[in-house]
Design a protein around this ligand. Structure first.
Ligand code: PAF
Length: 280
């Protein structure tokens, strides 16, 4: 497995793979890889003969009071994980190299970006869409794999790819969970053992709403109230939102009848913000 730091090196490696007749798979990450990321890499491996993983803690998607500075950087472990999961190349640029001096171009996916997390993290999805567009341009992949855990991010990326006619197929991969059901996240390492156990109320709330939906209930207010009651029973959790949304637009719905919907939750637990979701 190769590690490169610049776009010309990345493009040269991708061109060689293409010349050898290989399709290019891509998994963008911010490092601090866990089993969830490794499953994305393995999925990319199933889809493409040459797999690129980017490791880049993107400054433009963090707000001024967020955890950019303390976001865990674990390159040695990440490198070993990528290799074991079957990646062919890691692209790990520096922010100074990746964003040209004076960069002033943004990709803003309006509407979808403003809802849910967008309300609490202004500018976050603009930073995500911009860096993913830049990474797609750099890697020129045929297929890119994203985790379902970041449901709104996935919707933003899908819309960007559609609207800008980007020649990359987006694959959504299922959320990988801790043994206690909490969705895997790089930020889980901020949680104490007690908090990790308290966080189980989040998947429990999702499961409760999902069970009700599967019993035939389509009224979004009822589904939401059921999940909220489970969250409220765990006072350590401070919910930011618990919403029943249209899967494509992320807009809140009053009924789940006749269209793909999901329940999406964001909560603070101590100093950590956790998100999770489930199909309804
Ligand atoms: O999901 C992430 O880790 C990031 O938002 C991404 C897609 C790598 C962009 O920085």
């Amino acid at each position: 497995m190769e590690v490169v730091h610049t776009i010309p090196e990345l493009r040269a490696a991708v061109a060689r793979a293409r010349q050898a007749g290989k399709a290019i798979g891509f998994v963008p990450t911010m490092g601090c890889l866990h089993e969830g990321h490794l499953s994305l890499i393995r999925r990319a491996r199933e889809e493409a003969a040459f797999v690129v993983v980017s490791i880049f803690v993107n400054p433009t998607q963090f707000g001024p009071n967020e955890d950019f500075a303390k976001y865990p950087r674990t390159f040695a472990e990440d490198r070993a994980g990528c290799e074991a999961a079957g990646a062919d190349l890691i692209f790990a640029p520096t922010a100074a190299d990746f964003y040209p001096t004076g960069a002033s171009t943004w990709v803003d996916v309006e509407g979808i970006s403003a809802k849910l997390c967008g309300e609490f993290r202004p500018g976050h999805f603009r930073g995500v869409a911009t860096v993913v567009a830049m990474l797609f341009n750099a890697a020129q992949a045929d297929v890119a794999v994203f985790g379902r855990k970041d449901l709104q991010q996935l919707a933003v990326i899908r819309r960007m790819v559609r609207d800008l006619h980007m020649p990359v197929r987006i694959i959504a991969h299922e959320t990988v969970r801790e043994p206690n059901g909490v969705a895997m996240s790089s930020r889980n390492r901020y949680l104490s053992t007690e908090e990790l156990s308290q966080a189980t109320a989040i998947p429990a709330a999702l499961t409760a709403a999902q069970a009700l939906a599967r019993s035939g209930v389509t009224d979004a207010a009822r589904l939401q109230a059921t999940a909220q009651a489970v969250l409220a029973a765990q006072p350590a959790l401070k919910p930011q939102y618990c919403a029943i949304v249209d899967l494509e637009t992320m807009a809140p719905v009053t009924s789940t009848a006749g269209r793909p919907c999901a329940i999406a939750i964001a909560c603070h637990l101590g100093a950590t913000r956790l998100i999770d979701n489930a199909d309804l």
